[in-house]
Design a protein around this ligand. Structure first.
Ligand SMILES: [Zn+2]
Ligand SMILES: [Zn+2]
Length: 259
């Protein structure tokens, strides 16, 4: 299997997934994605990573086994790896506004490529696969009262055609029967991509970026769904607003945690 990851055909397949439909319109993408879902239901499945035949939907057993599943020994608040699952130094020094983090994966190959294909290649069929892994990762946790997808600024959403966190949150909400709050929180300020900034700059970049109002927030346990958590600055800012508005508990439900 390790050979498979080094295999040229495997990487070509990943490039195919990533480049999939980047030149198509959002409308065409949606139609193609729906057709792909239909075909998946009626045809024998092929693993989306290695192309091998599989009875599971999405990935074959070998690819599933070798995914970078998130380690269980981690800080219960921010999900950074720690010895004995102790609270990490950063959270001890200054506790984040969110109470706990649950991540399906660490942000490594090939999960980083899958998320990239989903987010920038418009391959919406991957949303169900990623949502299912996040559902499994949170299965032993108390069910929140409400799910909120990480809001995207309207300008960014128009450009991308969809909000990747909303697509994942929608599936989780439906499968776990937890209400989804789409318009409760909005991104009121466009921010520079966090990846290009230092930790200090990241705090200033997202400060005041969100607006959340709604009676449902008061006293609720809210799960924020997002695709990737890096320093946690963005999710911390959204959590801070939710706590200010009376949320009793905020959980971060993340597809992949960057370490
Ligand atoms: Zn496979
Ligand atoms: Zn921590």
């Amino acid at each position: 299997m390790l050979d498979t990851f080094k295999n040229e055909a495997y990487h070509a397949r990943m490039a195919e997934i990533i480049n999939y439909s980047t030149t198509l319109s959002n409308f065409t993408l949606k139609i193609l994605n729906n057709c792909a879902k239909f075909v998946q239901h009626i045809m024998p499945q092929n693993c989306i990573l290695c192309g091998a035949g599989t009875q599971n939907s999405g990935l074959c057993t070998a690819c599933h086994t070798h995914l970078p599943h998130h380690s269980t020994a981690c800080c219960p608040i921010c999900a950074l790896p720690t010895f004995n699952s102790d609270i990490c130094g950063r959270c001890l020094k200054k506790a984040p506004a969110f109470n706990n983090t649950h991540a399906a994966f660490t942000y490594q190959f090939p999960v980083d490529s899958l998320i990239h294909a989903f987010k920038y290649g418009g391959n919406l069929a991957l949303s169900e696969l990623l949502a299912d892994y996040l559902i499994t990762a949170t299965s032993s946790q108390p069910k929140p009262d409400l799910i909120i997808p990480m809001p995207l600024h309207p300008a960014r959403q128009r450009e991308r055609g969809f909000n990747q966190s909303l697509e994942i949150a929608r599936i989780i909400s439906k499968k776990l029967h937890i209400p989804l709050a789409i318009n409760l929180c909005t991104r009121i300020r466009e921010t520079a991509p966090q990846a290009s900034l230092t930790i200090k700059q990241r705090h200033g970049n997202v400060k005041g970026a969100f607006d959340c109002t709604g009676e449902q927030i008061q006293g609720s346990h809210i799960a924020i769904v997002d695709d990737v958590m890096t320093t946690g600055t963005t999710i911390n800012e959204l959590s801070r607003i939710l706590r200010d508005q009376g949320a009793a508990e905020v959980s971060a439900w993340i597809v992949a945690r960057a370490l």
